[in-house]
Design a protein around this ligand. Sequence first.
Ligand SMILES: O=P(O)(O)O[C@H]1O[C@H](CO)[C@@H](O)[C@H]1O
Ligand SMILES: O=c1cc[nH]c(=O)[nH]1
Length: 238
Amino acid sequence: MPTPHIRAARGEIAPIVVMPGDPRRAARIASDYLEDAVLVTDVRGILGFTGTWQGRRVTAMASGMGGPSMTIYATELAREYGVEQIVRVGTAGAMSAGVAVSDVIIATGAHTDSGMTASRIPGVHFSHLADFGLARAAVDAAATLGEDLETPVRVHAGAVFTSDHFYLERPALTAALTAHGTLAVEMEAAALYAVGAAEGVRTLAIVTVSDHLVTGESMTAEERETRFDTAVRIALSV
Ligand SMILES: O=P(O)(O)O[C@H]1O[C@H](CO)[C@@H](O)[C@H]1O
Ligand SMILES: O=c1cc[nH]c(=O)[nH]1
């Protein structure tokens, strides 16, 4: 049944959703990876396509940017469409010196500064965790994929920082999070993991590093849209 934000009929969304932030990336995943992909929703320009990948029905749908947007779509997918698994395929800014532009991070957990977490269970510092089975499958898929690639992509597993801010400069915070093992910053993983915990949906975020907060290295806008092949392949494999 349509929701305020998704126009698809119930059966038009697959139980497995691959979810970039960017609607154009959802369209590209549908055209490059899915067979017989059909547009099933476009409310507010948030595109969703359902097709098949290796014989299994999969929906590629955007989340938009930030925790509130991700929370709306992930909650409606879980409650109204019976979605069982959501894997975010996003971009992130590296914080750690051990992570470079184009590397991929399997986000096993997500720290956050989001007010959404504080209001979800007041008084508790809620831990935002990926589904363990999905994270393990992603690590295994990355190893298998790496053997087939001419130019291997470096894949890391660890914590990211989910921030409400894209532009706020906080070098001390970046240094402290890095000193506590955080690999990169992005804007939706913690919200996705919170919905996963609340709604009983398996969730994982796999991000491609588009820029580096410390070195200043970065991808172009076009590269941000196109250079995420490894992350998508891992996401589809799990
Ligand atoms: O590339 P996506 O998936 O949108 O992810 C990152 O890019 C956006 C900011 O440019 C935020 O949504 C952030 O999380
Ligand atoms: O949220 C994001 C995404 C990419 N790069 C950043 O610095 N932040």
